[in-house]
Design a binder for this molecule. Structure first.
Ligand code: CUA
Length: 179
């Protein structure tokens, strides 16, 4: 039977399954089970899937927390837009916000110290992608995500937005400096 012509038999589905078809169904089933098991396995044993906390918030509430940290711990300003570089004390709660089309502020953290990094969006859905570490998080307005991070090597990390957020999406980059 070809799929181009109508089936010769009206009750076309009551045919024996060919061995090769069964074989592919079995492969697909086994692979689906493997992938399913990998989800919890990788969460516990892999280094990729992050355990984060999430809280309800509003852009207004979150913006106030970010601004309070910026006012307290700004050490200098950078880039043409004068974005504050914030150096909070080791072990502190640090706040980063996403908005069209900026990551605010620039964070300066210390190697080997643990921080609670808070993330939220002021407007739209953005994607937090930290390179070259390859940490990825969805950043959603109304939710405050909290990650425990311990930077393990010094350097300049770039944040890129990996969720399409409009005309300026490709310009939405930020920085986290590790000293
Ligand atoms: Cu923000 Cu794409």
């Amino acid at each position: 039977m070809s799929s181009l012509q109508p089936p010769a038999e009206r009750i076309w589905w009551k045919e024996p399954i060919e061995g090769v078809e069964l074989f592919w169904v079995a492969i697909a089933l086994v692979w689906a089970i493997v992938m399913f098991i990998m989800m919890p396995y990788w969460h516990v044993y892999g280094k990729q899937n992050l355990s984060n906390e999430a809280y309800r918030t509003t852009p207004e509430q979150y913006g106030k927390k970010v601004q309070a940290m910026v006012e307290q711990y700004t050490v200098r300003k950078e880039t043409a837009q004068e974005i504050p570089v914030v150096h909070p004390p080791a072990g502190a709660d640090v706040y980063l916000l996403a908005r069209l089309w900026q990551w605010y502020p620039i964070l300066e953290l210390e190697q080997g110290k643990t921080y609670r990094l808070h993330l939220s969006s002021m407007d739209w859905q953005h994607g937090f992608s930290l390179q070259p570490e390859n940490i990825n998080m969805q950043v959603i307005p109304g939710y405050e995500m909290v990650l425990k991070i311990t930077p393990n090597k010094p350097g300049d990390n770039t944040i890129v937005c990996n969720e399409y957020c409009g005309i300026g999406h490709h310009t939405m980059t930020g920085k986290i400096y590790i000293k």
